[in-house]
Write a protein that binds this ligand. Structure first.
Ligand code: 5GP
Ligand code: MN
Length: 318
């Protein structure tokens, strides 16, 4: 933590980068750090390869996240947030390559320690927990914008404080965020009780695709491009759908395969309590956490599913 504090103090231009297909933790932790650095009067730019899902439009400052496009800017310090390896930055990676100093703030077990400064805490439920700690050590007064961004990060990555990564520390941090001004009722309604019609319709399509294997221990769903077209959905609408497969009584392992194009499949993996899905994802070049991980398989849907089933078989065969 001291290295990153020192590097921030010595830098005047700072870029923040978060991961492709950004989720609540990626967006919330990045925006919180952006506001903190603003308060220190740093020059801050924020990058993400992909669009920010519209459900996060309410976050103060979310419109400052831009795509890297042709950016040729150079920074004293470039910080990647919630990115376990450089590939997770997608087209933002060259911005880090040009940095005088690079830093990596993350909580994934699969983190590859790819930067000059690596602040990696696998015990943290969310990158937002690490940013909380950082914010308390910077000489700034926290405000509501920081509190709501960090609450969004932590409530998202803990599944509303229900996943196994939730600790007493998580709750102590969140108590402070509420004291800093986070409006829990407003945030819960915006984040969880606020599904677009496209999302609900896509959920219906995905549930129709549900297949069960190994005596009910494995649940697999898929989303094809045709299914998304049918209901007018985009990739952001697939977030949260896998939970419905994982939550089936008796299921230990759930997978959702989403067709990105004819030969690219994005796989989400979840486990209930035994299988370390970050290891399963790593077999396909992905990563993540024990209970939530992902990877991309460069094959058509049917072959990708066969390939995944072969890997899953080694966990369930007698
Ligand atoms: P999701 O299934 O929600 O997209 O991702 C679950 C978890 O796995 C997240 O923590 C995410 O960062 C990680 N993850 C998802 N896809 C990939 C991937 O392709 N590579 C790596 N390293 N991590 C991934
Ligand atoms: Mn995260």
């Amino acid at each position: 933590m001291n290295d990153i504090l020192q590097s921030i103090a010595q830098s005047s231009s700072i870029a923040l980068i978060t991961h492709i297909n950004p989720d609540g933790d990626a967006i919330g932790s990045t925006i919180a750090l952006m506001h903190a650095l603003d308060k220190m009067e740093k020059s801050v730019d924020v990058y993400c390869q992909d669009n920010i899902p519209s459900m996060f439009d309410f976050l103060d400052g979310v419109n400052r996240i831009t795509k890297p496009d042709q950016s040729t800017k150079n920074y004293d310090l470039v910080i990647a947030l919630d990115c376990s390896d450089p590939d997770r930055m997608g087209t933002c990676a060259p911005i880090m390559d040009r940095a005088i100093t690079s830093a990596n703030i993350d909580h994934h077990v699969s983190n590859t320690f790819y930067a000059n400064i690596n602040v990696v805490d696998e015990e943290a439920s969310a990158t937002g927990e690490i940013i909380y700690k950082l914010v308390t050590q910077l000489e700034i007064e926290p405000n509501k914008s920081i509190a709501e961004a960090l609450y969004t990060a932590i409530v998202s990555d803990t599944g509303r404080f229900s996943f196994s990564n939730t600790t007493s520390k998580t709750h102590r941090i969140v108590a402070h965020l509420i004291e800093w001004g986070a409006d829990v009722v407003k945030l819960s309604n915006l984040l969880f009780n606020n599904h677009s019609l496209e999302w609900v319709r896509l959920l219906g399509q995905a549930i129709n695709s549900l297949a069960i294997y190994y005596d009910g221990k494995v649940a697999i769903m898929h989303i094809t491009q045709a299914m998304m077209d049918r209901v007018g959905a985009t990739e952001e609408h697939s977030n949260g759908i896998i939970q419905y497969a994982k939550d089936i009584t008796g299921v230990e392992l759930a997978a959702l395969l989403r067709e990105v194009n004819d030969s690219t499949i994005k796989v989400s993996l979840r486990s209930q309590s035994i299988i370390d899905v970050s290891l399963l994802a790593q077999e396909f070049g992905g990563g993540g956490h024990k209970r939530a991980a992902g990877c991309t398989i460069n094959l058509p849907l049917i072959q990708a599913q066969e390939s995944l089933m072969k890997a899953i078989n080694s966990y369930f065969k007698e």
